[in-house]
Design a protein around this ligand. Structure first.
Ligand code: SF4
Length: 252
């Protein structure tokens, strides 16, 4: 467990990394995150009261094919490790299955492995991964406490976005991962992850700030920017912080 001081230091470090000014009075007593101050309560209440975005269609990951529906973790890992269902298998160094706590409250879903992930076999490593770790730590869910996966398990060439058919071929694997983890909430990071999970063409700027559901399992989904984008556009980090607080509010 983290002490309140450590929690506060984590938050301050994250806010500073976001470029958000932090003012701390000399006699400041760091609050418990689980007991937000009046201002934070007002922000959370305001987030909850804001009108929801227009309804999105049902997601397409609503059914596991027979081959994956009953698989346990070892069997699923084995099947994905040998998968050649789409063309991405030809360029991979290794499958990037997913990593983390298989009983996690939060499941983080990104789009696809990049070069670092392809080499290391783990999603969200490198600078973007480090920023994701900071983001998670700021809401007191360190990386090892969540489960992290991608829409597709093999690296697309030149780090392009996964194509529609590639995401479709890989969808049953992700669906089974979500079923097995059964998280209390999903954090979809980036446009590709959000659009595939929620089956919409809405731009991410319209999706973030709202609560959706992974319809097949009725799991809340919060959308935020991809950390790689945040590294390129640090001004958007403040919005990501709002998204993280919205996610956190679902879990208290
Ligand atoms: S991306 Fe998914 S569907 Fe395509 S080969 Fe890799 S594991 Fe199979």
């Amino acid at each position: 467990m983290f002490s309140s001081t450590v929690r506060h230091i984590d938050q301050i470090a994250y806010l500073k990394s976001l470029g958000i000014p932090v003012w701390v009075p000399r006699d400041f007593q760091p609050p418990e995150f689980e007991q937000p101050c009046a201002e934070e309560k007002a922000e959370i209440a305001q987030s909850a009261a804001e009108p929801q975005a227009e309804a999105v269609p049902e997601i397409r990951l609503s059914e596991s094919p027979a081959e994956t529906a009953k698989l346990d973790w070892p069997a699923l890992i084995g099947m994905v490790g040998n998968c050649t269902a789409c063309g991405l298998h030809t360029g991979r160094t290794q499958v990037v299955f997913g990593v983390g706590n298989q009983d996690a409250d939060i499941m983080v879903i990104g789009e696809a492995p990049g070069a670092d992930e392809d080499l290391q076999g783990e999603p969200f490593v490198g600078r973007a991964g480090q920023l994701l770790n900071e983001m998670l730590k700021a809401i007191h869910y360190p990386r090892e406490s969540v489960y992290i996966a991608n829409i597709v398990k093999c690296r697309p060439p030149e780090n392009r976005n996964p194509q529609h058919d590639e995401a479709l071929h890989c969808a049953p694997y992700l669906h089974r991962q979500i079923e097995l983890v059964a998280p209390r909430a999903i954090l979809a990071v980036g446009k590709v992850a959000a659009q595939n999970l929620l089956q919409t063409d809405l731009p991410i700027g319209k999706m973030r700030g709202n609560q959706y559901h992974y319809a097949a399992l009725n799991i809340p989904v919060i959308v935020t920017y991809h950390p790689a984008y945040l590294l390129r556009s640090p001004k958007e980090k403040a919005k990501a912080w709002q998204d993280l607080k919205l996610l956190r509010s679902l879990l208290v």
